[in-house]
Design a protein around this ligand. Sequence first.
Ligand code: NAI
Ligand code: CS2
Length: 486
Amino acid sequence: MNTIASASLPDSVQQPRYDRSALKTRIVHFGFGAFHRAHQALLTDRVLNALGGDWGICEISLFSGDRLMSALRAQDHLYTVLEKGRDGNQAIIVGAVNECLNAKLDGMEAIIEKFCEPQVAIVSLTVTEKGYCIDPATGKLDNANARIIHDLQNPNEPHSAPGILVEALNRRRERGLLPFTVLSCDNIPDNGHVVRNAIIGMAEKRSQQLADWIREHVTFPSTMVDRIVPAATPESLREITDTLGVEDPCAISGEPFIQWVIEDNFVAGRPRWEEVGVEMVDDVMPWEQMKLRMLNGSHSFLAWLGYLAGYQHINDCMADENFYRATHRLMMQEQAPTLRVTGVDLRQYAHNLLERFSNPALQHRTWQIAMDSSQKLPQRMLESVRWHLQQEDEWPCLALGIAAWMRYVSGIDDAGNAIDIRDPLAQKIKGLVEKSSEEERVLALLSLTEIFGNDLPGNDVFVQRVSAAWEELCNKGAKQAVMNLL
Ligand code: NAI
Ligand code: CS2
C-alpha cells in the first residue's frame, strides 16, 4: 500500500532532514491526540531538523487509538501536520516519533516497561484535564475516582496515568535507574504541581520511601502550551490527501501560531527546544494564567454561548459582531485585570487572539470545546470571579459565561434541540438537572463543590449575579443576552 513513507511527495511538503535511524526513545509521551502531534512532537522535529540528535518519541495511548497506532506503524511512524493560515497552508512531515505502544495492541505491561528503559529522560503528557484524576476545584488527587481506587488496590497493574507513572518510577528505583522528568502539557493551572501532587499522593499510599525518592529525584516542570488544533474530520483529512497525493490517517491540521513556555528544570536532559523559539523560564504560572483566562476563558464563553445560539464553529461566533465585541470585553475588562504577567502587551495579545479565533480555515467546533467543561470552568472563569469578588467590582461577561455553562449542561439549545453532553461529571450533572425546575437550576448546579468549591455557592453576590444572568439567558436566548452585555 502506498503511504507517506513510500510515496513521492510534492516539493512543497517539508520533510525530515535528519538521520531518523539515530533516534532513540528518550521521550515517552502519553496521549497521541491531536494536540501533541501538532505541538510538542512538531517542535522536537524542528530541533532535530536544526541540530540532529537522538531525541526520539515513543507514543503511548491507553484507552483507544489502536487503529491510529496501527496506521502510524504502517507508515514508519511518520505523519503530517497541515498548518492552515489565512494566507495559505504548509504541510510538514514529522519524523520525531520512532515507536508507539497501545494498551489494546501491546498490553499494559509493555507500556510500563517502556517507561523503565534507562535512556528515557522525559515523560510528557497531553491526556486532557480529566486524565489526571484530580478534583478540578482543588487540583488534588480525586480518591473517589474509579481508576485511582483500582490502582491503589492493584498498584502493579495500574490503569490511570498517575498510577502508571508511580509504578514505572517504583520499578526504576528498585532497579537503580535514574528517574525521568514528568512534563505535563495540558491546560491545567500549575500543571507541574498538579501532576506532582497526583503522583506523590498515590506513591505515599504505597510506600513512604518511594514517595520520598520521587520528591527528591523527579522534577515536574510546569508548562504553558498554545496552538489551536481542532480534532481531525473527514474534510480535514481529505484536504491533506489532496495536498500530499496520498492518504495519511494520522494527519492533523492546526493554526500556524505556536507557543510553549517551560520551567527549565529537567533531571536527565532535554532537547534544545529554545533553539526553535520555545521559551524557557523560571516561573511559568503568570503565563499559564494569562493563556487560560484570556484564551481558554474566551473559548469556553464562545463555545457555550455560541453553541446555544446555533453557531457551530468559533469563527462563526467571531463573524457575529456582538460576540466579537463581548469576547474582547471579557478579555480586556474581566480577565486581563486579574493577571500578574509582566512584559506582555495584553491589548495586543487580545487582538491577536481575536484574529486567531476568526481564522476561517480552522473550523473549530464549539461543541468540541464545550466537552469536559466541568474540568475547565474553575481555571478559565471561577478564579477570575474570586478576584473580582475581592475587588467588589463588576463581572457581567463572566456571570453570563457561567450561566451559559449551566444552560448548556441543562441539555437544550436555544432552538429547542437536545445537546450531546460529553463530560466526566455528565451523569451527576444530569441527575441535578432532572431533579430541579428552571428556577431551581442555578442552586442545584452550584452544589457541585468539585467545580465551585465551598466558597462560591455561599457567596450571595456570586449567586445573585449568576442567577440574574441565567434568567436573562432563559428568557431572551444567547444572542440577545450577548448583545445586552454591550
Ligand atoms: P484528543 O482527544 O485528540 O487527545 C487526547 C488524548 O488523551 C488521547 O490520546 C486519549 O487517548 C488520551 N486520554 C483521554 N482521556 C484519558 C485518560 N483519562 N487517561 C489517559 N489518557 C487519556 O485531544 P487533544 O486535542 O490532543 O487535546 C488534549 C489536551 O491537550 C487538551 O485537553 C488540553 O489540555 C491540551 N491542549 C489542547 C490543545 C488543542 O487545541 N487541541 C491546545 C492546548 C492544549
Ligand atoms: C480549547 C483548547 O478545547 C478547548 O478547551 O479551549 O484546546 C484551545 O484550543 C487550546 O488551549 C489553544 O492553545
